[in-house]
Design a binder for this molecule. Structure first.
Ligand SMILES: [Zn+2]
Length: 190
């Protein structure tokens, strides 16, 4: 009879106890020994079957287009592989697409899982570019507003004629200039 791994563990622990007590000659029941043999045999068969299933894993076609995978696979393991990919996608937010990379030798491969109907990487870039443009526009407005602060009214520069180096308003204008690249058109190459 094939034993469960719990039963095998119990038998092992029992025999180990006898061994530790110095009862090396203690007899094990024939049934116990046969059960262990049966279990080993069953495990071996299972192992072979798994090996066979792994060999059956075949990818018939794999197309990558606009970040979308179209894959035809066969075998139980392959289906599990596909499920794992989708799970990976969902665990990583699962909104539009997720990319994973791997080096094989000197070459780098990327696999992208994309939800159909979701945003493509190109869509995402476009949306981000738009967002950056909006942020740059707001920054420009903030810079203008800060530049218009009269030194007489500046809380950091009492009694001075120009904004000092330690003036927070002055510092912020410098920081904004850095972010905007000092250009007035507000466009940044990305
Ligand atoms: Zn100032």
């Amino acid at each position: 009879m094939r034993l469960s791994m719990d039963e095998v563990r119990k038998q092992h622990d029992g025999i180990k106890k006898l061994y530790e007590q110095g009862l090396w000659g203690a007899t094990a029941s024939v049934v116990q020994v046969l059960d262990l043999f049966d279990t080993i045999e069953a495990l071996q068969q299972e192992n072979q079957q798994l090996q066979q299933e792994l060999n059956d894993l075949k990818i018939y076609s794999l197309q990558m287009e606009n970040g979308k995978i179209d894959m035809k696979v066969t075998g139980e393991r392959a289906k599990l592989f596909m499920s794992a990919l989708i799970q990976f996608f969902e665990q990583n937010g699962g909104k539009n697409f997720v990319t994973t990379a791997r080096m094989v030798g000197k070459d780098r491969y990327e696999i992208t899982v994309r939800k159909c109907g979701g945003m493509t990487p190109a869509d995402k870039i476009e949306a981000l570019e738009h967002e950056i443009e909006q942020l740059q526009e707001v920054l420009k407005q903030a810079r203008e507003a800060l530049k218009n602060v009269d030194v007489v009214r500046c809380p950091y520069c009492w009694g001075k004629e120009t904004h000092s180096d330690k003036c927070e308003i002055n510092k912020t204008i410098t920081e904004i200039d850095k972010v905007l690249g000092g250009k007035d058109d507000g466009k940044t190459d990305i």
